[in-house]
Design a protein around this ligand. Structure first.
Ligand SMILES: *[C@@H]1O[C@H](CO)[C@@H](O)[C@H](O)[C@H]1NC(C)=O
Ligand SMILES: *[C@@H]1O[C@H](CO)[C@@H](O)[C@H](O)[C@H]1NC(C)=O
Length: 482
């Protein structure tokens, strides 16, 4: 094993920064002697690889197998970090009915033997009222005392009918990796110990306001979705259709009872309290669900989210667009009230102001360049090619209506037509109507969830689209840290 040097000693000067050659030589000698050679190795030692798993501690019921490793330490090294033993539950068939439970067996070993320093003998049965569950606490039958015979054997259930088993005197439960006490948990994608990176998080607010009362399609929740959550606050009702096209919830314009519903292989929890309505399901779902909202008053927004396996994301996006959502309408609530303005003005702000008159905006600074592109490509939620259909002022902002032609990157579904917002009336970069651009934009959801916008940040990335721009974008895509 190689000698590993500890972190730099603060007393050992940095050789590179001294200008005088002769002194450098002396210094070098001194440093080599005093700092490197003479110093003892620091830090923890190193583990050997894990040995193999032992045989199971029992032949039926819960059992435990163990593996171990050794810490190899040089003189002066600290003990290794971490555990030297690892335990896991071993897969064993249930014990036959009538078999003596493991703990009973261990107490019974003391039956008829003199214990407690006297010649008296007892019949012992497990006693479960003592503080440490992993001590072998046994009650002397017919007597009002128990005795603790030390630890139970590894693999003994901590208490009857409970999850954990005792290992080295501690009650441990298995993580999703089967290792006892590992604490490993499933991530939101359903992977044990994963980092949420094998699926995508879809989160949107559906705020199309229907011109008519009735059922409106909100979204498809595709098969394989996990951690589904839908919330809306109004007199409207959420509705859900199963794969067979039948209503599971709130069909026929009638409200279903709050409670749990078995849907698409998962359990759906439906609550309605006051005006707050929620749907929750852990998933994964076994087939597609269609989420709708039954409008009875203007829609303040249906917030929905779920986690989707990466491979289901493309088809989902296509489905979402095929649902034919109308272009997101500007909502009165999307006009941010500005505290500085008198209230009368806020109320009077029309939802849409005609295209800007030829304005007198100063020219924008040049933001070309690879570094700029990379920064915005990697840092944005969406990158796409789009044609600008129109440009409007709205309150303090500029709103572009765009037709999305090609998507390079997206964090949530995009519709074919979207609004892209920019701050101010003279935003930079500035987009001209009827032209095509490569845009890197962010999604901005206000903390109260009432605003959900695609934002072209000031000094952000917007370049006239060209085949060269297309290949630059594809190149940038490969450079982003994952
Ligand atoms: C996965 O995402 C959920 C929800 O955001 C979060 O609570 C959890 O900590 C994440 N897990 C990991 C391993 O990052
Ligand atoms: C909602 O979506 C379903 C399934 O795609 C479709 O059959 C139906 O016509 C849609 N309804 C509305 C109101 O758009």
């Amino acid at each position: 094993m190689a000698l590993r040097l500890g972190p730099r000693d603060p007393h050992c000067p940095d050789l590179g920064s001294r200008p005088r050659p002769f002194q450098n030589l002396l210094l070098l000698l001194w440093v080599l002697l005093a700092c490197d050679l003479g110093a003892t190795a620091q830090g923890p030692g190193q583990w050997t690889p894990w040995g193999s798993w032992s045989r199971c501690s029992s032949s039926c019921g819960p059992g435990v197998s163990v593996r171990s490793r050794r810490c190899v330490r040089l003189p002066g090294e600290e003990p290794c970090w971490g555990d030297s033993h690892e335990y896991r539950l071993c897969p064993l068939p249930d014990c036959p009915p009538g078999a003596v439970p493991f703990r009973d067996l261990q107490c019974a070993l003391y039956n008829g033997h003199p214990v407690l320093g006297t010649q008296a003998t007892y019949q012992w049965v497990p006693f479960h009222g003592a503080p440490n569950l992993c001590d072998l606490n046994c009650l002397a039958e017919g007597h009002a005392f128990y005795h603790s015979f030390g630890r139970v054997l590894d693999g003994t259930p901590c208490s009857p009918g409970a999850q954990g088993v005792c290992v080295a005197g501690r009650c441990l439960s298995a993580g999703c990796d089967g290792v006892l006490g590992s604490g490993a948990q499933e991530d939101h994608c359903g992977r044990c110990g994963g980092a949420n990176d094998s699926c995508l998080f879809v989160q949107r607010v559906f705020r199309d306001a229907g011109a008519f009362a009735g059922y409106w399609n909100v979204t498809v929740i595709p098969a394989g979705a996990r951690h589904i959550r839908v919330v809306q606050r109004s007199r409207n009702l959420l509705a859900l259709l199963g794969g067979d096209g039948r209503y599971v919830l709130n069909g026929d314009a009638a409200a279903s009872a709050p409670g749990t519903y078995e849907v698409a292989g998962t359990r759906l929890l439906y609550t309605r309290e006051g005006q707050a309505e929620t749907l929750r399901a852990v998933g994964p779902t076994t087939h597609d669900l269609l989420l709708q909202v039954l409008l009875r008053e203007p829609n303040p927004g249906v917030h929905f989210e779920f986690w989707l396996p990466r491979e289901h994301y493309g088809p989902f996006q296509a489905q979402a667009q095929a649902l034919g959502w109308p272009l997101r309408q500007p909502q009165p609530r999307e006009v941010e009230p500005r505290p500085a303005e008198p209230p009368a003005v806020q109320v009077a702000i029309p939802a849409q102001v005609p295209t800007l008159a030829p304005d007198h905006c100063p020219p924008c600074p040049d933001t070309r360049g690879r570094a700029h592109r990379l920064l915005h490509y990697c840092g944005s939620d969406f990158v796409f090619q789009a044609r600008v259909l129109g440009r409007h002022r709205q309150a303090q902002d500029t709103r572009y209506e765009v037709l999305i032609l090609l998507i390079y990157k997206n964090r949530s579904p995009l519709r074919t037509r979207e609004y892209v917002w920019a701050q101010g009336h003279c935003p930079c970069p500035s987009l001209a109507p009827h032209r095509e651009y490569l845009l890197a934009v962010r999604r901005l959801v206000s903390p109260d969830g009432t605003q959900d916008r695609l934002l072209l940040p000031s000094a952000g990335y917007a370049r006239p689209w060209s085949p060269a721009e297309d290949s630059r974008a594809r190149l940038a895509a490969r450079r982003c840290p994952v």
